[in-house]
Write a new protein. Structure first.
Length: 641
């Protein structure tokens, strides 16, 4: 018996199996067959939503996940998600890129997965610089492996996203460094000690067997777990030499971040229970001195109600105001109350920050307990040089910011017109001049000099590597760098100090233009300024004249994100079918109109096209980095890039 479906998927059930096992067995085979065909044709959004429905149920175990990898719709969705990344035009160890994507290429991948003969290629290892000057290893998988990893990542995300706790912010939908910082700002109020946490060599230190055992707690599908094993054991190629991987997930692999979060979810759950045991007391004891002022003020207020003489009323009001000013200098509660303790914990990837209301000894105990848990349960090691205990009056470093708890006696009237110390014990996020200095030095546009007194001053300089770029490219690069830096540090309480950064960037750009045209900055400004703003005019492909100006919108502090409900982990997946997938399935050459099995060709950047060939002109006109056409059209209209 042979059953075919409209999309070409077929399942063959041998007739002799039906005869041997009888009608009951035949019925089970038919039911399984029907389910397989249904899964093959199901929309990817429905598949993922079906998985995510059971995600919050920790006791629910997922079965028969591997068959989801036979669903072409899942691969179409994965292709849509990752096709636009420039890194896809970088070849993996197999020498292939995203260029030449086709339905046939996806079908071959699915056939390999169905027979379990699929074997990931070893990643090509390169090194990129870290902020501390060291080099970070990065693995570049082949694009076919990226596609399979993205489908795997989508499945794992649907399974685990509803399970992850609210303290985790790295590599998750609707979460970012900013949401982690906002969580710190809103929940660490009144903390006395920080524990800055950093796991030493985390991505390279993940134990494969422990990771698989963690996955087995939710997943009962040996074939799916074997696929994860293949990714972990694929190895890497460096200097044309193959190296095995005995631990860790490859940095740069698409599936690595979700696997890292699954691994560290154990730490999050340990901390959740730890917080329950650590927290003590309902609220602090009232401050004795402040309590005395409150009673004295209450008596005067009661007396004021019964006094009718105007002079006596004025005298009582003066006394109340004096009491208010003295009262506000004392905290409302006893901050040294040993019967009240609190612990807050926020994690982003392998960095975490803990805020403690308690003693320094409590902080040392927390740090030691976390260290023992990581070593015993996850075989990980805390970095001693980066895991610090800091009093909250001094800044702790987290995600590039300096975090501290402000001590302020500055009074302010609340909505009930009461004097309160609004800013006291509030978390403050700051950006330092050292961060700005390092950013400018890395960009290569500042000279650090010292005067006779040893005081440091900064002098803008031209960006020598951009002298051969056209005017618009220079302006856009400065704007892109400036906006990116400001957007990340825009929630800092002292964001105004980025005016110094903006000044150096602005005058460095002026010097770059002046050096390019071998003239003075004054002449460049006279030529390019429009209404006091540096502006570059350019001609579009259609002959129109447009202009773009240098960023001049200031560096005002932005309010943290308030509309994202971080307490809800529910993710709803939408239909991912777009024109890109429809174009592939149409199988119609976009140059000559020929029908048949075609390839989708990609370029890294539209600006790299010279516009000489017909295909180049089409891509520039449509502002697309992709074009679907047949081999005959390739040889006639463009050279394969």
């Amino acid at each position: 018996m042979k059953i075919r479906h409209g999309n070409g998927a077929s399942v063959v059930v041998r007739a002799r199996e039906n005869l041997v096992h009888g009608e009951g067995k035949q019925l089970k085979v038919l039911i399984r067959l029907k389910n397989n065909v249904r899964d093959i044709m199901r929309n990817s959004a429905k598949v993922l939503n079906g998985l995510s429905k059971h995600s919050p149920l920790s006791n629910y175990r997922y079965e028969r996940l591997y068959r989801l990898l036979f669903n072409e719709e899942m691969f179409y969705a994965a292709y849509q998600r990752i096709y636009a990344k420039e890194g896809n035009m970088t070849a993996g160890s197999d020498g292939k890129t995203i260029d030449g994507m086709s339905l046939n290429r996806i079908s071959k991948l699915i056939d390999l997965l169905r027979t379990e003969t699929y074997q990931p290629q070893p990643a090509r290892r390169v090194y990129i610089p870290k902020k501390d000057g060291k080099m970070r290893p990065l693995g570049i998988p082949s694009f076919d492996d990226k596609l399979v990893q993205e489908v795997t990542r989508m499945i794992l995300e649907a399974i685990y996203e509803g399970q992850f706790l609210d303290c985790s912010h790295g590599f998750r939908p609707n979460r970012s460094c900013h949401t982690a910082l906002v969580k710190v700002k809103r929940t660490f109020t009144g903390a006395k000690w920080f524990v800055e946490g950093d796991i030493k060599g985390f991505f390279d230190g993940i134990e494969h067997q422990i990771l698989i055992d963690i996955l087995k707690e939710r997943i009962s599908d040996d074939r799916f777990l074997r696929l994860i094993w293949k990714f972990l054991k694929a190895g890497y190629v460096e200097d044309w030499t193959f190296h095995n991987t005995f631990s860790g997930t490859p940095q740069g692999g698409i599936v690595s971040p979700i696997l890292a979060n699954i691994y560290l979810d154990k730490l999050d759950r340990y901390m959740e229970k730890y917080v329950e045991n650590f927290n003590k007391g309902i609220k602090r004891k009232p401050h004795d001195t402040r309590y005395g002022f409150e009673n004295k003020k209450a008596r005067l207020m009661q007396k004021l109600k019964n006094v009718k003489d105007e002079n006596e009323r004025r005298e009582l009001v003066k006394q109340i105001k004096v009491i208010d000013k003295e009262r506000i200098t004392f905290p409302s509660c006893d901050e040294m109350d040993s019967g009240y303790k609190r612990l807050k914990y926020v994690r982003y990837a392998d960095d975490f920050l803990i805020g403690i209301i308690g003693s320094k000894e409590d902080s040392k105990l927390v740090k030691n307990d976390i260290k023992e848990f990581l070593e015993a349960e996850l075989k990980l090691e805390l970095s001693e040089e980066k895991t610090l205990i800091t009093h909250t009056e001094k800044p702790a470093k987290f995600l590039g910011y300096e975090v501290s708890v402000r001590q302020s006696d500055q009074p302010r009237r609340d909505t009930l017109n009461r004097l309160t110390r609004t800013y006291n014990n509030k978390v403050c996020l700051r950006i330092t001049m050292d961060i700005i200095k390092k950013k400018l030095l890395d960009f290569g546009i500042v000279e650090i000099r010292h005067n006779v007194n040893g005081k440091e001053w900064w002098k803008p300089r031209e960006h020598t590597k951009m002298l051969n770029n056209d005017d618009l490219e220079i302006l856009r690069m400065y704007n892109y760098t400036l906006r990116g830096f400001y957007n990340y540090y825009s929630v800092a309480n002292n964001s105004a100090i980025m005016n110094a950064y903006g000044y150096i960037m602005e005058y460095s750009m002026y010097r770059t233009f002046a050096c390019k045209y071998r003239t003075s900055v004054q002449k460049i400004l006279r030529q390019y300024q429009r209404n006091g703003v540096f502006t570059v005019s350019y001609t579009t492909k259609k002959g129109g004249v447009r202009s773009q100006s240098f960023y001049k919108e200031g560096f005002k502090r932005k309010e943290p994100i308030a509309d994202v409900n971080l307490d809800s982990n529910k993710t709803v997946y939408q239909d991912m079918r777009t024109s890109l997938i429809d174009r592939l399935k149409a199988e119609k050459c976009e140059i000559c109109g020929a029908m048949g099995k075609l390839d989708m060709h990609h370029v890294r950047k539209i600006k790299d096209l010279d516009g000489k060939g017909y295909a180049d002109k089409l891509m520039i006109m449509r502002q697309r980095k992709t074009l679907l056409f047949a081999e005959a059209a390739i040889s006639k209209h463009m050279q394969v890039r």
